[in-house]
Design a protein around this ligand. Structure first.
Ligand code: SF4
Length: 337
């Protein structure tokens, strides 16, 4: 319950309950009523989100469940214990066996979700020719082709790759997403889509063969449509002054994740003009490669270091931490590039 990102992130909480299908309407109705009748959510349109019950009104998963069950008039059955996956690459990219015998699905990494009309025609045609004709989209802005018989997988992969649709993509290509940005979004402070491509190309050039999993999310304003709060490296677009001019810049949030290691990314107090981002990321990732423990992933590495250390590696030396941008996206008064 109550998950949401935007300017004030809150990770969803799990209730200790399972609803049977016949109970679903009562559950949804109960939740909707709590939302409607919570006075604090009715007073400010910008705070009309369930997450604010947890962020500001002191609600917990247990108190929410108690209120819900009271409204429904029956308790939920206890939840089934589950172990969330530790793997961040749940993006389905690559070739994977389906549950159905002899069938595979093939995931294409679509960099920042941008695909040409011609590529989309191609992928539709290939889905019909090699699979069942079915395509799926994913929340990592990728495409899946389903129900491909084993003997056809290799040819499908070759055809996808020759159309510029990567099945075997670099960590940066695969792990980068971007929101709409200034090209089409009136709220944006920075351009993000073309920029994300440039950042990925730069990182592929600077760190060839980098094979560790890393999620790099770029978002053009504090609203976090690019989900920078749940990225290993989250970049929030800001305007910064450099050489007397206002230019695109990015503020770094590090260590976000969903799954077993779920966390909201930490505001580490470092920002740079947009052109400085690839060098900063390179410095941080080189430090990780050189100093990580045996088998340690980037998330765990960040978790055992302080904001000041992460900031120093991003900056290439110790620097004073700057306050995070305000919810408006503006840098605090007096902060310049
Ligand atoms: S995060 Fe901001 S810039 Fe990006 S799409 Fe959302 S509102 Fe627009």
């Amino acid at each position: 319950m109550g998950g949401g990102l935007s300017t004030e992130p809150h990770l969803g909480l799990k209730l200790d309950g399972v609803a049977r299908w016949s109970q679903a309407t009562a559950v949804v109705r109960g939740i909707t009523e709590i939302f409607r009748e919570s006075k604090s959510l009715r007073e400010n349109r910008e705070k009309a989100r369930l997450k604010y019950l947890f962020l500001e009104q002191g609600w917990t998963a247990a108190s929410f469940q108690e209120e819900l069950e009271q409204r429904m008039g029956f308790p939920l059955e206890p939840a089934i214990p589950e172990e969330p996956p530790a793997d961040i690459y749940r993006d389905h990219v690559g070739v994977h066996r389906q549950k159905q015998d002899g069938l595979f699905y093939v995931g294409v990494a679509v960099l920042r979700g941008r695909i040409t009309a011609e590529q989309l025609h191609t992928v539709a045609e290939l889905a019909a020719r090699y699979g069942s004709g079915e395509l799926r989209t994913t929340n990592m802005q990728n495409l899946l082709i389903l129900h491909v018989p084993a003997r056809r997988v290799d040819r499908l992969v070759r055809e996808l790759e020759s159309a510029g649709l990567r099945v075997g993509a670099s960590s940066f290509w695969r792990g980068t997403i971007a929101c709409t940005g200034s090209e089409f979004c009136k709220l944006a402070l920075t351009e993000t889509k073309g920029y994300a491509r440039w950042v990925v190309e730069e990182l592929e050039r600077r760190l060839p063969g980098f094979s560790q999993q890393v999620k790099l999310h770029i978002t053009g304003c504090p609203n976090s449509c690019g989900q920078h709060w749940i990225a290993d490296i989250g970049l929030q677009g800001v305007r910064v002054k450099t050489g007397g001019q206002m230019v695109d810049g990015y503020y770094f949030c590090v260590g976000g994740a969903v799954g077993r290691h779920q966390a909201v990314a930490r505001k580490v107090g470092y920002r740079t003009p947009a052109t400085g981002v690839p060098a900063a990321v390179e410095r941080l990732l080189r430090r990780y490669l050189e100093h990580r423990h045996e088998g340690e992933n980037f998330r765990a590495f960040c978790a055992r270091h302080t904001d000041a250390e992460l900031r120093a590696w991003l900056a290439g030396g110790e620097v004073e931490g700057i306050p995070a941008p305000e919810p408006s996206g503006r840098l605090p008064h007096g902060i310049e590039g």
